[in-house]
Design a protein around this ligand. Structure first.
Ligand SMILES: Nc1ncnc2c1ncn2[C@@H]1O[C@H](COP(=O)(O)OP(=O)(O)OP(=O)(O)O)[C@@H](O)[C@H]1O
Ligand SMILES: [Mg+2]
Length: 153
């Protein structure tokens, strides 16, 4: 299942992230794509907030991986500089692990991705306007419909 969602501003992005967070459970993997500054980290911040995580979520660009402890742990990865920083991060153990994994620039780690994946591609169409393409594969096929319904309400 694939859907397009229009996000007008930050408040709408927050609403979208909260709708996605309803599906948070161990092993949930979310892939984020989109140009620099499109809003991947911003989405992750709202997702973390919705998951009850108190810490400030910021860009993990120079560390590849940041771990946030909540009721369910959140593994926030940004693999943009994986080639530069090095591959020795054992990311796989977080991808099919005990928490929710969010991977910024997921197309860069195609071989590492699980068959059950929710991918979110963000495109800036204005200062605060974003066009989102959300796609659910495997068991996340049905999640797309639910997210769209919740977001719409
Ligand atoms: N509707 C929106 N959704 C998300 N971000 C928005 C929106 N409107 C404005 N912004 C702003 O756009 C910027 C997005 O930056 P962010 O760091 O989230 O992008 P990114 O995709 O993670 O970039 P990078 O590829 O460098 O990691 C933020 O400054 C945010 O406040
Ligand atoms: Mg980012």
């Amino acid at each position: 299942m694939e859907k397009n969602i229009f996000v007008a501003d930050l408040a709408a992005m927050k609403r979208f992230a909260f709708a996605v967070a309803r599906h948070a459970k161990p092993g949930f993997v979310i892939g984020l794509a989109g140009d620099l500054g499109s809003g991947k980290t911003t989405f992750t911040k709202y997702l973390a907030e919705a998951m009850g995580i108190q810490d400030v979520v910021n860009s993990p660009t120079f560390t590849i991986l940041k771990i946030y402890r909540g009721t369910i742990p959140l593994y926030h990865m940004d693999v943009y500089r994986l080639e530069t920083i090095g591959y020795d991060w054992s990311l796989e153990e977080y991808i099919d692990g005990d928490g929710v994994a969010v991977i910024e620039w997921y197309p860069y780690v195609g071989a590492m991705l699980p068959k059950n994946l929710l991918s979110i591609d963000i495109r800036a169409t204005g200062e605060t306007a974003r066009e989102i393409r959300i796609k659910g594969e495997g068991e996340y096929d049905k999640v797309v419909e639910d997210v769209v319904r919740r977001y719409g309400n």
